[in-house]
Design a protein around this ligand. Structure first.
Ligand code: ARG
Length: 480
């Protein structure tokens, strides 16, 4: 690899001057990061343009040099976007490649772009710019999924489905209620990302290698130019803080965990035993030996990839745990886990959305699941509470009725009035209308409850959220 050789050419390693001997080719191969950091090329150029502009305006370099640098960077940006310029993978990192290409193109002024700057503050800047650029795309995918889930919810406010605790029949709810439940988790995932974005909205540039600069850099000017809210407050912290990598990867992990849990339900619901959902053939796979098979592989893969995302978080936390201030090269290892986790959760979101959007819901099967599992036993107790009985006593009465029904292998609502009365004299004929699954659901009008009225207000709150987020779109073309 070229960057280790002692040439005077612009493409030698940025630091080659002090060395008599270049590093071994294997050493170069080991330390390079360009395969990972190339995706921040446009962010790197953006940062360099703002830096060069500031250098010109503060008189650290001449205005003419500053504008030559900016024009040179713009030509690199254009040629990279069009594919005319290819990344040279023998460069040590994306910063080296862009600086070398700049000097190739504009000569001497190119050698001034790194004035008052270190790759230590440059990489911290690039990562923040990159995240500020791509996180809105991920958030847009979350919003799209919430939109799809709430569409399903709107069509199913009266579609009964058994609710489970301990994976046992508990109380009836609706498919709409269930879809809204996952939508709220996703809404929190969205908000967590917005919150993390607030914390990276400060420019680290001007922190230099670790101790700022003796040159009259104007950090605030660069921050404004790049659309940051302000500048980071401490140069040592600026070059060695990777909290944001951990924080975003933690957000990705939680999001992936929600997709994984939901996927687990889809896998279960697609079984012959449940048969609640029929996945589209486009989003299912078959078996090489069993001709009849239609497998929910996409849900399984999403569930299966969750460990990888969590693994990235563990890698980052462990990589950082022993690092003294300030920059240590260990930190170069931050990008792979961050990007891996982001790419994984991003593709899982896309696939999950397609899969759920194209699924067909077996409404009769779900409704039938609410029958016969004594899901209305709490409602028998509540019936008695309404008649003044203490809940604990009512629980016992309902349990007695359940016992009789189990012993006779019938549903609760199949007990005759005499059998009910043998449990409590307070029970009258009106109980039969009040303990149908539909009545049980509709009675649950507590805020956040499953009654169609209450779920409709959840759906409209979620749709409002979707609408309020919808215009948010990243402006930059490349989101690798
Ligand atoms: N590739 C490095 C990283 O990602 C950039 C900073 C290099 N700094 C240094 N002093 N070697 O962290």
């Amino acid at each position: 690899m070229k960057h280790g050789t002692l040439t005077t050419d612009n493409h030698a390693a940025l630091w080659h001057g002090r060395f008599k001997e270049g590093p071994d080719a294997a050493a170069v191969e080991f330390e390079t990061s360009i395969y990972v950091d190339e995706r921040m090329a446009f962010d790197d150029i953006k940062g360099s343009k703002a830096h060069a502009k500031m250098l010109g305006e503060t008189g650290i370099i001449s205005k003419a040099e500053s504008s030559k640098i900016i024009k040179g960077l713009e030509s690199i940006e254009k040629d990279l976007a069009s594919g005319k310029l290819k990344i040279d993978y023998s460069a040590e990192d994306i910063h080296s490649f862009i600086e070398a290409t700049l000097t190739d193109r504009i000569g001497e002024p190119g050698k001034k772009v790194h004035t008052g700057r270190s790759r230590n503050d440059q990489i911290a800047l690039d990562e923040r710019l990159y995240l500020k650029r791509v996180i809105p795309d991920l958030q847009a995918k979350i919003v799209k999924l919430i939109d799809v889930l709430t569409d399903i919810a709107s069509d199913n406010t009266k579609t009964l489905i058994p609710g489970f605790t301990h994976m046992q029949h508990a109380q009836p709810v609706t498919l709409a209620h269930h879809m809204c439940a996952w939508s709220w988790s996703l809404e929190r995932d969205y908000e967590r990302l917005s919150d993390a974005l607030k914390r990276i909205d400060y420019s680290p540039l001007g922190s230099g290698a670790l101790a700022g600069s003796g040159l009259p850099l104007n950090r605030e000017m660069v921050a404004r130019e790049l659309g940051f809210k302000g500048v980071t407050p401490n140069s040592l912290d600026s070059v060695s803080d990777r909290d944001y990598c951990i924080e975003f990867t933690s957000c990705f992990s939680m999001l992936q965990m929600h997709l994984s849990r939901f996927s687990e339900e889809i896998v279960l619901w697609a079984t012959t035993e449940f048969n609640f959902v029929n996945l589209s053939e486009k989003w299912s796979t078959g078996s090489s030996i069993m001709p009849q098979k239609k497998n929910p592989d996409f849900a399984e893969l999403i569930r299966g990839r969750t460990g990888k995302v969590y693994g990235q978080l563990a890698a980052l936390m462990t990589m950082m745990k022993g690092l003294p201030l300030s920059y240590d090269r260990d930190m170069q290892e931050d990008k792979e886990p961050l990007f891996n986790a982001l790419d994984c959760v991003s593709s899982c979101l896309t696939v999950f959305t397609y899969m759920i959007e194209s699924a067909k819901w077996n409404k009769e099967v779900m409704a039938a699941g609410c029958e016969g599992g004594y899901l209305n036993a709490t409602d028998v107790a509540d019936y008695l509470v309404r008649k003044g009985m203490p809940f604990r006593t009512a629980h016992g009465v309902s349990a007695k009725a359940v016992r009789i029904a189990i012993d006779n292998n019938v549903k609760l609502e199949d007990l005759c009035i005499e059998e009910f009365k043998s449990c409590s004299e307070l029970i009258d004929e009106d109980i039969y209308d009040l303990i149908t699954p539909k009545a049980c659901v509709e009675a649950r009008k507590t805020t956040g409850g499953p009654s169609s009225e209450k779920v409709k207000s959840q759906i409209s709150a979620l749709k409002k959220f979707v609408k309020s987020c919808s215009p948010k779109k990243s402006t930059v073309k490349k989101n690798k």
